[in-house]
Design a protein around this ligand. Structure first.
Ligand code: NAI
Length: 461
């Protein structure tokens, strides 16, 4: 039996980062992965969708080229080429991780692992069964798309985000069930490519988990661009017809039939416990997720869990930080997830990014707070880019300490990091406003919003 100090089940951004950090700290590591390294993020999620976002963005710019004084002749998109580029980017990143694993002398076993006890992993590879003895076990098995219990959900043409990414061609029309992060990212991408898109969300608002002002501003923009959005709408059934599918929806005003060539299920993800014998191990669960403390320890000594399988914020960057924390804790260092500030970025058009408190949560808490908003329409760089939709919204406590930020607009996903720093380090808006921001840049909108917490933004009447 092979022996390792750390045995990791799952090679996504949680598992492989844990492996890298553990190896860096001098521990012997084995990583068991049934598919390709990189997990959902790299192979079926964040990275492939971002290559599609880039194609959609480029296509949008080409469509508007004349506004910028550029005349182009015949124009069109060729989806198989877009899909091929996506696969190329994935392959480059996967082979990069493989090389890192080799360089750090991490043993990678391609196979499915099963765990029944804390110190043993049984791995079934294509050719053999291998037993591993591990001093510390790390469960990083990720999640899978949830399927709603609706008649017709198993019909051909009803796909998950993972399946739709495998496709080489675009449908003519798409009904997306779920107006959360995945649903809206695909809605933005496919709409830009010319697919007729409808989004069905059961709650009164899209993106229900973020500052309410953002979906309130985003929804009319999406509708104006030609997307069909139904909120407070529940799906009754999906039926097939000669040339596709039809989704029957009840939206408070009666039944509505939405015909579509394909239906995308984007109604959340569930922790993946495949291969983990939770009862035999004695693992405590919480609503289907493995229960952990802030050192990523489970209820069983020397068994850690991290990433989507522990529930909470199912985000790649959270999983990676949890992987580092677990590795460091195993190596005997002080490490904890407690008090970490978690940003989130949503790659819709326009982009959205958030961190910290929302206004509705502050209102509900009854604590006094300050709010300031600065629109991108008053930012020179945004105007030059032709991207004036959206705003920076900052929230601060009575003393001006930044508590949260929501950004909708160009490069929101990069801009948010200045606000993450402010929230994590409890920086005052006054200090943020005093920092010289390069001109002309988008971060100036954050500086102006910070001025608005103290007094008023300078470039706003
Ligand atoms: P989600 O929880 O963000 O959204 C699911 C949406 O579906 C919710 O708005 C919910 O109300 C709605 N819904 C549920 N059942 C429904 C039904 N029967 N009919 C109509 N609507 C229904 O989950 P999503 O978008 O599937 O994403 C899964 C996970 O992946 C999330 O944790 C998300 O944060 C993460 N993710 C993050 C990304 C990012 O940070 N850019 C990108 C993609 C995924």
């Amino acid at each position: 039996m092979q022996h390792y100090q750390v045995g990791i089940l799952g090679g996504g951004p949680g598992g492989y980062v844990c492996a890298l950090r553990a190896a860096q700290l001098g521990l012997s590591v084995v990583l068991v992965e049934g598919e390709r390294l990189g997990g959902t993020c790299l192979n079926k999620g964040c990275i492939p969708t971002k290559t599609l976002v880039k194609s959609a963005e480029l296509w949008r710019e080409i469509k508007h080229a004349e506004e910028f004084g550029i005349n182009l002749g015949d124009r069109g998109i060729h989806y198989p080429q877009i899909a091929a580029r996506k696969n190329q980017v994935i392959n480059t990143l996967v082979s990069g991780i493989e090389q890192l694993m080799k360089a750090k002398k991490i043993t990678v076993l391609k196979g499915w692992g099963e765990v029944r006890e804390a110190h043993r992993i049984e791995v079934t590879t294509e050719t053999e069964k291998i037993e591993l003895h591990v001093e510390n076990l790390v469960l990083a098995t990720g999640s899978f798309p949830a399927r709603i219990p609706v008649p017709g959900v198993d019909l051909p043409g009803v796909v998950t985000s993972e399946e739709i990414l495998e496709q080489e061609n675009l449908p003519d029309s798409l009904v997306i069930i779920g107006g959360g992060v995945i649903g809206l990212e695909f809605a933005s991408i496919y709409h830009e490519f010319g697919v007729k898109v409808s989004v069905v969300e059961m709650l009164p608002s899209l993106l229900p988990n973020i500052d309410e002002e953002i979906p309130k501003r985003l929804t009319p923009l999406l509708k104006r661009s030609g997307l069909e959005i139904l909120t407070k709408a529940s799906v009754r059934e999906i039926n097939s017809k000669e040339d596709g599918l039809v989704v029957t929806v009840e939206d408070g005003k009666g039944l509505k039939e939405l015909p579509a060539q394909q239906v995308l299920l984007a109604t959340g993800r569930r922790p993946n416990l495949r291969g983990i014998h939770t009862d035999a191990l004695g693992l405590e669960l919480d609503r289907g997720a493995i229960k952990v403390n802030s050192q990523m320890q489970t209820s069983v000594p020397k068994v850690y869990a991290l990433g989507d399988v522990v529930g909470g914020a199912m985000l790649a960057h959270v999983a990676s930080m949890q992987g580092m924390v677990a590795a460091e804790h195993i190596a005997g260092h002080q490490a904890s997830m407690e008090g970490r500030t978690i940003p989130s970025a949503i790659f819709t058009y326009p982009e959205i990014a958030t961190v910290g408190e929302t206004e509705q949560a502050l209102k509900a808490s009854g604590k006094p707070y300050k709010v300031s908003k600065f629109p991108f329409s008053a930012n020179g760089k945004a105007l030059a880019l032709g991207e004036i939709m959206g705003l920076v919204k900052l929230l601060a406590d009575e003393d001006g300490i930044v508590l949260g930020a929501s950004i909708m607009g160009p490069q929101a996903s990069s801009l948010i990091q200045e606000c993450v720093l402010a929230v994590e380090k409890k920086i005052k808006a006054e200090d943020l406003a005093k920092i010289i921001h390069a001109h002309p840049t988008l971060p100036e909108a954050i500086m102006e919003a910070a001025h608005g917490i103290v007094e008023k933004p300078l470039h706003l009447a």
